[in-house]
Design a protein around this ligand. Structure first.
Ligand SMILES: [Zn+2]
Length: 279
């Protein structure tokens, strides 16, 4: 599932590929992707004639700004955008096509079909679901240590699900939460309200560093996405802990463990991330 860095890469790529393009018509072949308006035909109808102006990101959502409309898109598990010429064959699992007046088209492909699109009037989108309850952006200037502590430190839940909760801090998913907690040396099952000030500070810096490095890695690979088929895929940052069960820890050599925390597969080093005394 794409997390903040991957969505940021898709955002930057879309800004290179679709800004200034005008929609001639839209084809939706899987109506349930369209969450707002209720009627996918209306979605098609309303978008015709509008031009993409820029693409922004809020958490793991893309905010595609058009003249007089905002399209909010979540890729969920496997959603992908690609820009193609109209005469190129349409791949399987392509569910939404934005046909442009310049004979190219933006295609949305989603094998798992979990992705969503919501269409809003400007100004509405941040006041209504799904964007209205989102927490702080971790790469924003307003994400200070004090702010982080104020939303996280009093929670009685384990730190891993607390960091995954998009109402507190946005953009962190299962991969980068494991990477951040490993970097901070904190066990994922530690209750947030038992963390020391030092641990909270370590997690705060680890989250910023982990996400920033991944954004930079994605940013440097944008060009290769634009070339080729024009499809912007997901890159995978070099990971230190996630997906490395039974491999030696890069810090201490101990065998990396995998367990389930808050219902999610969780990787950690039993030596670098000491288990809490009280779970
Ligand atoms: Zn270790």
């Amino acid at each position: 599932m794409p997390e903040l860095p991957e969505v940021e890469t898709v955002k930057r790529t879309l800004n290179q590929l679709i800004v200034g393009k005008t929609i001639e018509r839209v084809t939706v072949s899987l109506p349930r992707i369209i969450q707002r308006p209720d009627d996918a035909l209306q979605f098609e109808h309303v978008l015709a004639g509008h031009t993409f102006q820029r693409v922004e990101r809020r958490g793991k959502f893309l905010r595609m700004i058009l003249d007089g409309l905002v399209l909010v898109s979540h890729l969920r598990m496997e959603g992908r955008y690609g820009v193609f010429r109209q005469d190129e064959p349409v791949e399987k699992h392509t569910h939404v096509i934005f046909h442009f007046t310049d004979q190219t088209e933006l295609r949305y492909k989603d094998v798992r079909q979990f992705g969503t699109m919501h269409l809003f009037q400007p100004g509405e989108d941040l006041q209504l679901p799904p964007l209205n309850k989102l927490g702080i952006e971790p790469l924003d200037e307003q994400f200070t240590l004090d702010r982080f502590k104020s939303v996280i430190a009093k929670r009685s839940t384990a730190i891993k699900p607390t960091l995954l909760n998009q109402a507190y801090v946005v953009g962190i998913g299962n991969i980068y939460v494991d990477e951040s907690l490993f970097r901070a040396g904190v066990h994922p099952e530690t209750k947030a309200n038992t963390l020391s000030d030092q641990q909270l500070e370590d997690i705060y810096h680890a989250v910023i560093a982990t996400l920033s490095e991944a954004v930079d890695a994605g940013g440097s690979s944008i060009k290769s996405y634009v070339n080729g088929q024009g499809e912007m895929g997901m890159f995978q940052q070099q990971l230190q802990i996630y997906g490395r069960k039974d491999e030696p820890c890069v810090q201490c050599g101990a065998m990396i463990m995998k367990s389930v925390v808050g219902g999610r597969g969780t990787h950690y080093c039993p030596r670098c991330q000491q288990e809490p005394l009280m779970k």
